[in-house]
Design a protein around this ligand. Sequence first.
Ligand code: ITT
Length: 196
Amino acid sequence: MNLLFATTNAGKMKEVRALLASAGIKLYYLKDMDIAVAAPEETGATFEENALLKAHYYHNFYRMPVIADDAGLVVPALNGEPGVYSARYAGVGANDAQNNQKLLQTIKARKLDRPEAYFKAVVALVTEGEEHLFEGTCHGRICNEPRGGNGFGYDPLFELVEKSCTFAEMDINLKNSVSHRGKAFASLAGYLKKIV
Ligand code: ITT
């Protein structure tokens, strides 16, 4: 089965290549496609809506089975911020360092200490006439300063308490074995194995 993973995020691509290695599918990325199309605006109010919106958008354009994920960091003590705005928390076009800095500043301004947080990932699979959702979460804390050089996004600030290290201090296989995206894609892989 040919499957297009509709993402522009190189960090996600690397993780998902490892996660779906044994699922018996040929995985394509947006960069593999001959014709490029502008990314859709992620206007959904939830991860589910955004994942479906992205997957349908690219499926309508390329007419092949598509998966898209929407993921983000949720800090309940900040009323769920950055949530669906994770990629643009410090403004449209913000980079990872700017988003991390904004998160640390917001936490400091609210006088919080290592608040609890979780990552959530929702993967949408859209094929001709069908759509399916798979999700995963991972709970931890936001640490006081960034640690580690691996991963992407908020990884240097997200500490998995039971392992006493941040996602950015883990290698990709360890992160995938415990992460929100790892869990969501494991469910997808289980489903794909049944249908291909
Ligand atoms: P695509 O839409 O092209 O897939 P994106 O980076 O815009 O790429 P999202 O809309 O899903 O992806 O935004 C997710 C943001 O949440 C991402 O940019 C990171 O800042 C953060 N994020 C998601 N998963 C993460 C992870 O595993 N580790 C660290 N940060 C993560």
